[in-house]
Design a protein around this ligand. Structure first.
Ligand code: ATP
Ligand code: MG
Length: 414
């Protein structure tokens, strides 16, 4: 084999990465449960149409980022680039319409063929929620409050800010589309190639462009908020009032449009300045037309997804990482009894580890590497009296305890 590198944009998650990812995922899952969301899991690949027909042909994802291949049976299959379309598909396939309102949590890998950089991979992970079946602005407030709570549990609230915007209903967007088309057509010659291509098909997407020159043109563009009809205005005002009532701070950002076609009304993003250009950590919005557009019954929905890698990079709150106890025999003759002792600890649900070889020095070094809380040291002399030594590896303090009570002693002291 000539190339043992992982594929560009993919990463092996080693022990510390997995621990941190699991921490982010656990906090997201537990907090979602607190808000009444149930976990679901859909396949990581779907028929290509599930994404191609819903996310929008001018979206970055469909236009250039999908991992699409022909399966042996000749079907076109795509590795999921995001979670919502698959959940909407599952909602229809499983006839879940009779169970609305549904509040769902999911997590797992997503795949996008984009340029890898810090905070941007080709295989990455998301946690996300969908609140399906309620068209009430309170559902928007609830998912945003949940996002805040998760970021707060991860210790991140101070690092992030919430921006929101309204994309309005389809009538408002159609009005605005015409105004925008006229404005961008005047500036067509200065637009980037990507934006020129989007001009006729979806001028709204130009608002989302990352191109410098486009951004200058966008900054003087007419604002969608001036073209919202009264229903749309009432809706976003209710969301804003709901956020204020819960004391959840937000800023309005008229250029926040989100990359996918299926969004309407509320769009929101939690961003941080700590991750450079990849500053969006959690993002979502309302997608009332999506399920109907896929062929299901007309069903409103609102949700968000957050990047686990980006959250993990920001998370310093690792207090609840497990620290094991190390069993350390002073000589190899004691290895069998050491195995029994470590089993006793595990039977008592105490996380513990035993190195299979090495002198006491090497074994203590390993304990240190594991960030072990304390070592149970087994010596010939002490064992004759039925005792072992418990050494606190932070303070260095040692106490002699009865071997028969080792699990209780650990539970009492740690
Ligand atoms: P960006 O503007 O950064 O490309 P996006 O609008 O494409 O983000 P969404 O589709 O809203 O992102 O996905 C939600 C979240 O998933 C993002 O806010 C980010 O945290 C994460 N995410 C998206 N793409 C990637 C990626 N390629 N690598 C790592 N995380 C990602
Ligand atoms: Mg993207």
């Amino acid at each position: 084999m000539s190339n043992l590198q992982p594929v560009r944009g993919t990463h092996d998650l080693l022990a510390d990465d997995c621990r941190l990812h699991r921490h982010v995922e656990t906090v997201a899952r537990d907090t979602s449960e607190l808000y009444g969301f149930d976990e679901v899991a859909t396949p990581i690949f779907e028929f290509t149409d599930v994404f191609a027909r819903t996310l929008g042909g001018t979206s970055d994802i469909v236009a250039k980022e999908m991992y699409t291949f022909e399966a042996k049976g000749g079907e076109s299959i795509t590795l999921r680039p995001e979670g919502t379309a698959g959940i909407a598909r599952a909602f229809i396939s499983n006839g879940l319409a009779q169970h609305v309102p549904l509040k769902l949590f999911y997590h797992g890998p997503m795949f996008r063929h984009e340029r890898p950089q810090k905070g941007r991979q080709r295989q990455f992970h998301q946690v996300g929620v969908e609140s399906i079946g309620s068209g009430s602005p309170q559902a928007d407030v609830e998912v945003i409050a949940l996002g805040y709570k998760i970021l707060n549990q991860l210790g991140l609230t101070k690092e992030v800010k919430l921006e929101i915007n309204s994309l309005g209903d389809s009538e408002s967007r159609a009005n605005y589309r015409n105004v925008l088309l006229e404005y961008f057509t005047k500036h067509e010659s200065s637009l980037s190639a990507d934006s020129k291509a989007r001009l006729q098909r979806n001028p709204l997407r130009i608002l989302d462009s990352k191109d410098e020159q486009d951004r200058r043109i966008v900054s003087d563009a007419p604002a969608l908020s001036d073209y919202l009809n009264s229903d749309s205005r009432v809706f976003i005002e209710s969301v804003e009032r709901g956020l204020n009532d819960l004391k959840l701070p937000f800023e309005k950002n008229p250029n926040l449009v989100r990359g996918l076609d299926y969004y309407c009304h509320t769009a929101f993003e939690f961003t941080t300045i700590s991750l450079g250009a990849q500053g969006t950590v959690l993002a979502g919005g309302r997608y009332d037309g999506l399920i109907e557009q896929m062929g299901g019954p007309s069903t409103p929905g609102v949700g968000w997804a957050a990047g686990v890698e980006r959250l993990a990079m920001l998370t310093t709150n690792t207090q609840n990482m497990i620290r094991p106890f190390a069993v350390v025999p002073v000589s190899n003759d004691l290895k069998d009894i050491a195995m029994q002792v470590v089993q006793t600890l595990r039977d008592a649900a105490i996380p513990s580890d035993l190195a299979f070889s090495g002198n006491i020095k090497r074994r203590l070094k390993r304990a240190d590497k594991l960030n072990a809380r304390a070592a149970v040291i087994l010596g010939e002399e002490e064992l004759k009296d039925g005792n072992v030594v418990l050494r606190d590896l932070d303070s260095g303090d040692q106490t002699t305890i009865a071997l028969a009570n080792v699990a209780e002693a650990i539970k009492d002291n740690y």
